[in-house]
Design a protein around this ligand. Structure first.
Ligand code: K1U
Ligand code: ZN
Length: 175
């Protein structure tokens, strides 16, 4: 298992549409293990494979991270359907847009069909934070970031903030 670098805006890979996975095998499980390690190391609750530069339709998540428990979840080739009419506004963050948070409104309930860590097909209803997070991660698979749901001005501000942060981190690392 390994912690991999998480890509940040404006890296063009984050705009790529990820490709479906053919089979859930040891190689894919190793990728999911690395994704989980990378997510935990960055203090996140979700991660899409494209965020570590792998354009596959794979998501990992742990909504209990930070509560002192580990409940990792894996979603391969996820498909969302039947969104609720009710929406939930939530102040979202993203490991690819570090230190920037803003409100996005999404359906508060949605169905998800996917393959699990062992390649078994599963169906679940996501609600609340699970619904917010899975829709945020699904956007990553389509090359969409949460800041793409905001105004152009806010998006530009967010990208400028991250560019400045990354430059500062590079200077600190070189010192
Ligand atoms: O996709 C990602 O970069 C992960 C992202 C998931 C997410 C968080 C909040 C709303 C929607 C999606 C993060 O984990 S960012 C880190 C963060 O905001 C957070 C971390 C721990 C607890 C709560 C939020
Ligand atoms: Zn994100």
């Amino acid at each position: 298992m390994a912690v991999r670098e998480i890509l940040t805006v404006p890296n063009p890979m984050l705009k790529e549409v990820s490709k479906p996975v053919d089979k859930v095998d040891e190689e894919l499980r190793s990728l999911m293990d690395d994704m989980l390690d990378s997510m935990y190391a960055a203090d996140g609750i979700g991660l899409a494979a494209i965020q570590i530069g792998v354009p596959k339709r794979v998501i990992v998540m742990d909504l209990d991270w930070g509560k002192g428990e580990r409940n990792p979840r894996y979603f391969v080739n996820p498909v969302l359907s039947d969104p609720s009419e009710n929406t939930l506004p939530y102040e979202e963050g993203c490991l690819s847009v570090p230190t920037y948070f803003d409100e996005v409104e999404r359906p508060d309930r949605i169905q998800i069909d996917y393959l699990d860590y062992d390649g078994k097909p599963k169906t679940e209803i996501a609600e609340g934070m699970f619904a917010v997070c899975i829709q945020h991660e699904m956007d990553h698979l389509e090359g969409v970031l949460f800041i793409d749901h905001l105004s152009r001005l806010k998006r530009q501000r967010a990208v400028q903030k991250v560019k400045k942060l990354v430059k500062q981190r590079e200077q600190d690392d070189a010192a």
